[in-house]
Design a protein around this ligand. Sequence first.
Ligand code: SAM
Length: 280
Amino acid sequence: MPFRSAPVKLIENWFSERYSDNLQLSFRVKDQLLSVRTDFQRIDLFETYDFGKLLTIDGTVQLTEYDEHIYHEMITMMPFYAFGIKPESALVIGGGDGGTASGLLSLGFRNVTNVEIDSQVVEVSKKFFPDLSSAFKDSRCNLIIDDGIKYVRNISNKFDFVLVDSTDPEGPAEGLFSEEFYKSIHGALKPGGVAVTQSGSPLYQPKAIKLANSGMKKAFRNVYTYCCFIPTYPSGFWSFTMGSDSDLRFQSNERSGKYFNSEILHGALNLPQFVRDMIK
Ligand code: SAM
């Protein structure tokens, strides 16, 4: 099964993300609000009937208003409560829509640095997703437009939490799934700090989850994959992978989100056998 890749073509007002020659997910759209080619990628924005606004990059779904909370809660709250991370300083790499940085601020982080390679993703999000991107107007958030791979190489011992909120391992995001990059993240973390990356669909994107696991295992003592359901991502079954030299120490005072709660905190680490086999 190849990775997501397809030019954006509206056919009779349907946007389709092609997963393979034989499989796609389609949304009927009311309107195309924007289509722009940047130095890095192509960004499209649609108004859909059932999922609110839909943001795509290079023809792949990045977020919809209807289900973005699942992704953003699971990338922030799950490692935060599983490792009992201090809400002090965090680094987000990618995440130009602002959802991850905004989630960290709502968890009480005092400083969030967000390094996004493409300023246009930020501008689109500020205009069309003002709530999601609210972190970019907050003085606790420092937005840097740069390549996260380059940025993290020169940082040491600075962050409690590093979150890689990236596109798929292609184009500018390819290096965000490399062993060298995870080692740089390890260096950017304070001792015992925690890293997390989105690691794609175990069903349709085995490359992403395998790269995240093998790379993180070279950099961290403990690595865990966890899963959740995101209806608009390929297969609907999504994974994240987190690593740390600390041990898990589930916080018992966790806050619930719309998706995340204490059952999810413990249950999301229980993996189907095929996922366990894939990452062992
Ligand atoms: N939630 C999304 C998903 O899994 O589909 C990811 C959302 S976020 C929009 C992904 C961001 O990563 C994009 O804005 C892209 O520009 C950014 N990105 C890709 N490669 C990057 C790099 N090397 N450094 C910093 N940001 C990068």
